[in-house]
Design a protein around this ligand. Structure first.
Ligand code: HEC
Ligand code: HEC
Ligand code: HEC
Ligand code: HEC
Length: 448
């Protein structure tokens, strides 16, 4: 990840705030705000996002957040409450620039709560290899839509579909994704070589067959405007979702073959397409763009995924300043030379932080563990309760970010356990009342 972004995250984590902390409360799905009706009663509503570009939330500040996944989830919940036949589609490019980055794992973990019906792979995802994508998919099981691409190596487990279908009464919807090789001009050669592509002929034949079965056809086009227009000329789609974009357009274009082309993108907007569907054909549409703003309620489950990620990202930035990561050892190792500090620590709530999760039955939930155990996923730190039984709390090196063997050298520059360290966990969202001076007086170790 890029350092300026990490630095900005740490900086925003320090921003003040005044909302009461609620993160220990049992997480609940968002409540449904009201949704404006369409001009006609739709047979189905398609919600479309694209080009999220790794943006879990706009910032780690405590004020009202706009554009993040937690509000997006609130918007989806509102639409689902208003229209029972809602199909939520992510048209791709959800990945951060570096598609193999840890951020994507957490983005997809939050997508579980946003409640998608299909999550399509776009060009952006193809900077990762199929094996890397397969790992992300296992980490966050979702209805992935790979469309025309699949791993060339058939032994790669690939839990992604070519088609996603939905049926409500006599209304049938089929969603396909068209990702041709020529859209991957800038993808690493390694990825392109590792992929197999469905031919245009097979893709068209599949579309025709679905039509014959009575499905209304939604086709995501992972390409530019020209590719979308061209696709409309040989594929019998009702609606083409022009993907590969982080821009949205309020206009509905009608392609030569009659297909409607719509485009929604960016982390702060959702497109909503109301459809009248008669005899398996979309006969009428209304398209509108919904800003993801404070009108929609926050999904605290998605927010807690983000908090866990923000912790890891801020920690990485802090270690980058020092130029090395921390190798965690058991507090009993430090105790050999610092018995008084060890005794004080052992009596503190930090030493028992994982136990606080057990009360809510979340002692193994990695969205919570990040700040409630010693060195979560860091060298020598907590991996799982079975593998790291001695890492059950916030430990010495979570605050003293250096290694035991280096800190006694005469020229060692020690970073004190300062505000930046505490706010890795006591973030403005989690602990809005946190003031370093007052709390450090309570939490600091006794003097030597
Ligand atoms: C072998 C003995 C030994 C071990 C093990 C050890 N330390 Fe130290 N530590 C020292 C000594 C000696 C100093 C004083 C260094 C100095 O003042 O130059 C010190 C200094 C410190 C200080 C700064 C105190 C000050 O007065 O500036 C901190 C904080 C600290 N140690 C934390 C730790 C932590 C955390 C661990 C375990 C990861 C650890 N130490 C392991 C011997 C040890
Ligand atoms: C970004 C770091 C972070 C994450 C992620 C996190 N917590 Fe916390 N948690 C804290 C901090 C800091 C405190 C102490 C400050 C406070 O009480 O507000 C705390 C306190 C708590 C407490 C109260 C403990 C007590 O004894 O009063 C509970 C319960 C809790 N967390 C549960 C959870 C659960 C459940 C999750 C996962 C959904 C979670 N935490 C995720 C940092 C985190
Ligand atoms: C919640 C954060 C936190 C944890 C956990 C923690 N400390 Fe500290 N400790 C502090 C703070 C804050 C200070 C004062 C600022 C500083 O020196 O960095 C401090 C100071 C110290 C000092 C220097 C004392 C002096 O003379 O000023 C030592 C030694 C030390 N800690 C050792 C440890 C050891 C060993 C552990 C684990 C058994 C531990 N600490 C766990 C926050 C923590
Ligand atoms: C790795 C994450 C982490 C770091 C770093 C951390 N804390 Fe905490 N802190 C927690 C958690 C989690 C709890 C809640 C533990 C519980 O109650 O079970 C907590 C609880 C506390 C409490 C007691 C509850 C309260 O809110 O009064 C104080 C005081 C506190 N922390 C101060 C600090 C200070 C000061 C620092 C920095 C020197 C710091 N913490 C660093 C995670 C952290």
């Amino acid at each position: 990840m890029r350092l300026p972004v990490l630095a900005a995250m740490v900086a925003t984590a320090l921003a003040g705030c005044d909302r009461p902390g609620e993160h220990a409360a049992p997480p609940a799905p968002p409540t449904a705000a009201s949704v404006a009706p369409f001009d006609f009663l739709p047979d189905a509503v398609l919600l479309i996002t694209c080009g999220t570009d790794g943006m879990l939330e706009a910032c780690n500040c405590a004020g009202t957040l706009e554009g993040g996944l937690s509000r997006r989830s609130g918007l989806f919940a509102a639409y689902r409450a208003a229209f029972a036949r809602t199909f939520a589609l992510d048209a791709g490019d959800f990945s951060w620039l570096d598609a193999a980055d840890l951020r994507n794992e957490y983005l997809l973990r939050a997508y579980r709560f946003v409640d998608y019906d299909a999550v399509a792979f776009g060009v952006g995802e193809m900077s990762a290899t199929p094996a890397q994508l397969a790992r992300q998919m296992r980490h966050a099981p979702l209805p992935y839509l790979a469309g025309t691409v699949s791993p060339a190596d058939r032994s790669v487990r690939w839990p992604a579909a070519r088609i996603v279908r939905r049926q409500w009464g006599d209304v049938q919807l089929a969603v396909l994704s068209y990702l041709p090789k020529q859209s991957l001009l800038f993808a690493p050669a390694e990825t392109v070589e590792a992929l197999a592509f469905q031919s245009d002929d097979d893709f068209a034949a599949q579309a025709v067959a679905l039509r014959r079965e009575g499905c209304a056809l939604i086709v995501v086009c992972q390409g530019d405007d020209e590719t979308a227009e061209n696709l409309a000329s040989w594929c019998p789609a009702d609606v083409i979702v022009r993907a590969r974009t982080s821009r949205s357009s309020p206009a509905v274009r009608t392609a030569a073959g009659g297909a409607r082309i719509v485009q929604a993108g960016g982390w702060d907007v959702v497109g909503a397409l109301a459809m009248r569907i008669e005899d398996g054909k979309v006969t009428r549409v209304q398209w509108r763009l919904e800003p993801v703003d404070t009108r929609w309620s926050v999904d605290r489950r998605a927010l807690s995924v983000f908090q866990a990620y923000a912790h890891l990202a801020a920690r990485k930035a802090l270690d980058a300043e020092r130029g090395a990561s921390v190798r965690h050892v058991a507090p009993t190792e430090c105790a050999k030379c610092h018995p008084a500090q060890f005794a004080a620590w052992r009596a503190s709530p930090h030493a028992r932080a994982r136990a606080a999760l057990a009360a809510g039955g979340r002692a193994d939930d990695e969205d919570c563990l990040a700040c409630h155990v010693g060195g979560f996923r860091a060298p020598g730190g907590f991996v799982s309760a079975a593998q790291s039984p001695a890492r059950q709390g916030v430990e010495c090196q979570d605050c003293h970010r250096f290694n035991a063997d280096e800190h006694r050298a005469a020229d060692f520059q020690r970073r004190p356990a300062d505000e930046k360290v505490c706010t890795l966990c006591h973030t403005p969202l989690i602990d809005p009342g946190f003031r370093y001076d007052a709390r450090a007086a309570k939490a600091r170790c006794p003097k030597r």
